[in-house]
Design a protein around this ligand. Structure first.
Ligand code: ZN
Length: 305
């Protein structure tokens, strides 16, 4: 295991209650997005040092919190806890400006001729896609937090219109929050994406870093942590083919390519191997590790009762 809740030498060890009253809510064990239940534990702590079991899937290498929120628990959490903790003190204007600095326009520049309508799905104040309006494109937003969406509408972004299909759908830093990404992404593709449209998925990619750095991502609000290959494999299963990625968190797909089971299983196998190698590299015996072991060694009682 990489990060053990019972050990006390992690960077993020300040006291911080991520979910007050958590004992009153239900959690559930789930399969991975690839359908597998086989996994190994990589962490039992979140970055806030709250108990949060994170496992790595044997089949595809995706990490997930398991057990995790039920739908009811998630609804409570997002309505009553998340905004207060994660976006505390951030006005819609500040969020918009922060997002605008991470505008997706440069990344999508070469495809600008391929879309004229955009849906920013779960896009907060819409700052990541607002820049497209200056080139005459129509930007719409699907966002449940009304103070953020209201600000976006004041900037000229239009509300999501149910039943409308969009040439480009942006799902940025949403998928890691979803309880069932397969179900949810299938719905987004079916309900919101134009035929042969573009779909941008952005999410933290864990295998761009050494495993020792993963703790910074482990947050109660995130259920899934994808690897590069597992994300491509999952999207191939949903009929989306990779067009471009930015070597960081953003992946542009074309929808309607048809599912590709062979690519999916090949990607899953690569993802699983990558995750396993990263974890093993971290757990390799070292002199430092030996010293820590000797320093912390205590005789254990013989009784196993
Ligand atoms: Zn998996």
């Amino acid at each position: 295991m990489l990060f053990d809740y019972n050990r006390d030498h992690y960077k993020y060890r300040e006291e911080f209650d991520e979910f007050p009253g958590i004992e009153n809510f239900d959690f559930r064990f789930t399969k991975c997005t690839c359908g597998s239940t086989n996994s190994y534990v990589v962490s039992t702590t979140s970055r806030h040092r709250n108990v949060l079991p994170i496992v790595a899937c044997d089949n595809c290498g995706t990490l997930r919190a398991n057990p995790y929120f039920t739908e009811e628990t998630a609804a409570y959490y997002y309505n009553n806890v998340y905004g207060k903790v994660k976006r505390e003190g951030r006005t819609p204007e500040q969020l918009f400006d922060d997002q605008r600095r991470k505008s997706l326009a440069p990344f999508l520049d070469e495809f600008a001729g391929d879309f004229s309508t955009i849906l920013d799905y779960g896009g907060g104040a819409g700052g990541k896609t607002a820049e497209f309006m200056s080139s005459g494109k129509k930007v719409s937003l699907h966002e449940v937090e009304s103070n953020y969406s209201q600000y976006a509408y004041e900037q000229g972004i239009t509300p999501y219109n149910e039943g409308t299909k969009y040439d480009l759908v942006v799902v940025s830093h949403v998928i890691e929050h979803l309880i069932d990404p397969v179900k949810h992404m299938t719905e987004i593709i079916r309900e919101c994406c134009s035929k042969d449209g573009l779909l941008l998925v952005a999410t933290p990619i864990v295998d761009r870093q050494r495993a020792r750095q993963w703790l910074q991502h482990f947050h109660l609000a995130h259920k899934y942590y994808f690897t590069h290959d597992a994300l491509i494999g999952l999207m191939a299963k949903l009929g989306c083919s990779l067009v471009k990625h930015n070597n960081n968190d953003s992946y542009l797909f074309k929808v309607g390519a048809g599912t590709d089971p062979e690519l999916t299983s090949r990607s899953y196998a690569k993802g699983a191997q990558k995750t396993r190698l990263l974890v093993e590299a971290e757990l390799k015996p070292s002199l430092k590790g030996l010293w820590r072991y000797l320093k912390n060694w205590r005789p254990l009682p013989h009784s196993q009762k």
